[in-house]
Design a binder for this molecule. Structure first.
Ligand SMILES: Cc1cc2nc3c(=O)[nH]c(=O)nc-3n(C[C@H](O)[C@H](O)[C@H](O)COP(=O)(O)OP(=O)(O)OC[C@H]3O[C@@H](n4cnc5c(N)ncnc54)[C@H](O)[C@@H]3O)c2cc1C
Length: 471
C-alpha cells in the first residue's frame, strides 16, 4: 500500500487515494512534498503543472495510471528520460506517467540481446551491457532516456557501425491506450514493431525494450579536437572531404560552439568561438589510430583530446555541457550536400550566435544506416550524408526568444542544402506537416493505420503526433 501524503487537487482526494492504493510507485499531486522536483523535465524552457505525477515501478502501475487517465479524461504525458525538447513529457493539468523508477536491464550475452525497462537512461544501459563488452547505439548524453530515443530512431557514436538504435530493436512490450499489454516482435504484432522503429510514442507506453547488442570496446578511439572558430569554414570543407571514404567503424561529428570554461580548454580560449571534430572509432585500436590520423594534419588545435578511452567515458563525456534545467530549442534537418554556401552560412551564423551555449552540429551519417532497407522501419531518411542540428540554448530564460530566432533564421538560410526531411527526436513542436516530412506520405498512412488500431482516440498525443484518421 502506498504511504505518501495525499493532498487535494483538481482530481479530488478520493480519486487520488484510489490510485495510490492501486500502485506501488509514488503518486505526487500539487502541494505534495517533492512536487516541484517531480514536475521538472530536462528542458528548463518548459514549466508545467500536472494534476498528478505517477512514478511507476512496473507494468501494473502503468496500466493503473492509463486506466485513471481514461476514466477521468485526463491529458496524458509519458516520461522516460524527460529529454523531450518540445516538452512532451509534461503537461498542465493532466497526468504524467513517469517511468523513471523502471530501471531494470538484463543482458543475455549468449543470445546477444539486452532488455531494458522503459525508464532506463543510456548511462545505466551502457554500464550493464559493457560489463559483457556489448553495446548498442546510444545517445551522446548519458542521461537521455532510451524509450523516447529508440522510438524516434536513435543517432549516436555507433550509428555508422551498428545502425540506428531502432534498427536494433528486437521486441517491445507496450501498454496501449485501452490499458492492454501487447508484445511486438517479428513473430507477434510485427506491424506494431515496425511502427515502434521510428514512429515515436504514438501507439502506447513501451514498458520494456529488447535490443540486439554488439561487441564494442571496452576502449574506443574517441573524443574531440578543438580548433579556433575563425577556421570553421576551412575545417568544415576539410571535414566534408574527410568523411567521404570512412570505414563504418568511424562515426564523426563536427560542432560549432563557444568554448565553455572547462579545464580541458586553455583558459585564454574560454568564451571564444571554436569548432570541434568529435570521433568514435569502434574497432581495433591500431586501425582507429590510422583512421583518425588525417584529422591531426589540420594543425594548431586549441586542444586535442582525441585518443583511446573507455566507451562508457565517451558516452558521458558531454554530460556536463547538457545539465538538467538548460533551456534548449532544436531546428534540425538532413543535409543533401554540405556545399560551400552552406558552410559559409553556418560559419557566419556561428560567429553571430546570440548565446554562447548554442551549437551547430553536423553528424556524419551513412554506413550501416544507409544499408537498411527503406521499408524495414517507420524511420525514413537513410541516404542523407549528414544530420544537421541547430541547438539554441541558454542557462536562463532571458534572451531565449532571440536564441530561438537565431536558430530559425539559420535553418531557413540553409534550407536549399537540406532534403526537407525531419528527424522526430530533433523536432521542436513544429506541427503535423513536419511530422509528415519525417515519414513521407506512404509511411505516414501506414502509421496512421496503426494509430487507428492501437490509439483511435489519440490518448497519446503529446508526442510528434500521428493523429488517427478520424481526427
Ligand atoms: C541533452 C540531449 C541530448 C540528446 N542527444 C541525442 C542524441 O545523441 N541522439 C539522438 O538521436 N537524440 C538525442 N536527443 C533527443 C532525444 O532522442 C529525444 O529528446 C528523446 O525523445 C528523448 O527520450 P526521453 O525518453 O529522454 O524523453 P522523454 O521526454 O521522457 O520522452 C520524449 C517522448 O518520448 C515518449 N516516450 C518516452 N519514453 C517512452 C516509452 N517508454 N514509451 C512510449 N513513449 C515514450 C514520450 O511520450 C515523449 O513524447 C537528445 C536530447 C537532449 C535533451
Amino acid at each position: 500500500m502506498a504511504t505518501q501524503k495525499i493532498t487535494p487537487s483538481v482530481l479530488g482526494d478520493g480519486t487520488i487515494a484510489e490510485l495510490a492504493e492501486a500502485v506501488r510507485g509514488n503518486v505526487i499531486a500539487p502541494g505534495d512534498p517533492g512536487y516541484d522536483e517531480a514536475r521538472a523535465i530536462w528542458n528548463g524552457a518548459h514549466d508545467c503543472r500536472p494534476a498528478l505525477i505517477v512514478r511507476c515501478t512496473w507494468v501494473a502501475d502503468v496500466m493503473s495510471a492509463v486506466e485513471l487517465a481514461r476514466s477521468q479524461d485526463l491529458e496524458v504525458a509519458v516520461r522516460g528520460g524527460s529529454h523531450s525538447i518540445p516538452g512532451f513529457s509534461t503537461c498542465d493539468g493532466g497526468i504524467v506517467i513517469d517511468l523513471s523508477p523502471m530501471q531494470g536491464v538484463r543482458v543475455d550475452p549468449q543470445a546477444g540481446t539486452a532488455r531494458a525497462e522503459g525508464g532506463v537512461q543510456w548511462g545505466r544501459f551502457d554500464h550493464e551491457t559493457q560489463a559483457f563488452g556489448l553495446a548498442v547505439t546510444g545517445g551522446l548524453v548519458s542521461t537521455t532516456g532510451l524509450g523516447g530515443f529508440t522510438l524516434g530512431g536513435g543517432i549516436g557514436w555507433l550509428v555508422r557501425k551498428h545502425g540506428l538504435t531502432c534498427d536494433n530493436l528486437v521486441s517491445a512490450d507496450v501498454v496501449t491506450a485501452d490499458g492492454r499489454f501487447v508484445s511486438a516482435s517479428a513473430e507477434e504484432n510485427p506491424e506494431l514493431l515496425w511502427g515502434l522503429k521510428g514512429g515515436g510514442g504514438n501507439f502506447g507506453i513501451a514498458v520494456s525494450l529488447e535490443y540486439r547488442v554488439h561487441p564494442v570496446g571496452p576502449v574506443v578511439i574517441g573524443g574531440p579536437t578543438f580548433y579556433p572558430g575563425e577556421r570553421s569554414a576551412e575545417i568544415l570543407r576539410f571535414y566534408r572531404d574527410f568523411v567521404r571514404e570512412l570505414p563504418d567503424e568511424l562515426t564523426t561529428l563536427a560542432v560549432l560552439l563557444w568554448a565553455p570554461p572547462a579545464p580541458f580548454i586553455p583558459a585564454d580560449w574560454h568564451g571564444k568561438a571554436l569548432i570541434a571534430l568529435f570521433t568514435c572509432y569502434a574497432g581495433p585500436l591500431e586501425d582507429g589510430a590510422k583512421a583518425v590520423a588525417p584529422l591531426r594534419e589540420l594543425g594548431d588545435p586549441v586542444a586535442d583530446l582525441m585518443g583511446p578511452l573507455p566507451y562508457t567515458a565517451l558516452q558521458s563525456l558531454l554530460d556536463p555541457l547538457w545539465p538538467h534545467g538548460k533551456h534548449a530549442y532544436m531546428k534540425a534537418g538532413y543535409v543533401r550536400e554540405l556545399d560551400d554556401v552552406a558552410i559559409e552560412t553556418a560559419a557566419r551564423y556561428h560567429q553571430e550566435a546570440t548565446s554562447p551555449a548554442s551549437e551547430i552540429h553536423f553528424h556524419h551519417f551513412g554506413g550501416a544506416v544507409a544499408r537498411v532497407d527503406e521499408s524495414a522501419t517507420a524511420y525514413r531518411e537513410r541516404q542523407a550524408p549528414y544530420v544537421m542540428n541547430v541547438i539554441a540554448a541558454s542557462y536562463e530564460s532571458e534572451g531565449y526568444d532571440a536564441h530561438v530566432d537565431w536558430a530559425q533564421r539559420l535553418y531557413a538560410d540553409l534550407e536549399p542544402s537540406l532534403t526537407g526531411g525531419a528527424y522526430i527526436n530533433f523536432l521542436s513542436a513544429e506541427g503535423e506537416d513536419r511530422v509528415r516530412d519525417a515519414y513521407g506520405g506512404d509511411k505516414f498512412a501506414r502509421l496512421q493505420a496503426l494509430k487507428d488500431e492501437y490509439d483511435p482516440t489519440n490518448v497519446f498525443h503529446l508526442n510528434q503526433n500521428v493523429p488517427p484518421s478520424a481526427a
